[in-house]
Design a protein. Sequence first.
Length: 144
Amino acid sequence: MLRWLRRGDLPAIIRIVRRELIPISPHPQPGGRQLRKDLKARLAQGSTLVASEGGKVYAFLHLIIQHGTLFVDLLAVDRSCQGKGYGARLMSRVERHATNLGCRRAMLYVDEGNEGGARFYARLGYLVVAHHETLKCYEMHKWL
């Protein structure tokens, strides 16, 4: 089931970020309380869609819509559920949501070294438009 973020979802999202995103990030990451504080502030800046079953969150996508552009800020799927279509379903739902709000373009960043993520987005029609050396990431765009 896909649904919007609920108050009690933050611990599950933090767990997924710790397991799936932090290990592949080329940037130093805060831990403990600081990670919780930073993530809570980041999620407050947009909207978050979660994939859950039986009350357990297995994946999430955080987005920001600004100036007619969908920005996919964070997407992570628990490794126990990778390859089951959660990420693709989250992306599809968010792209439809953004289109309904008048967005014509989507963009995101993929960290260097996250080849699996880059392949996933390419399968969904995203193209690399720039490499940002200082950020250690690739910028990808898609017309909606």
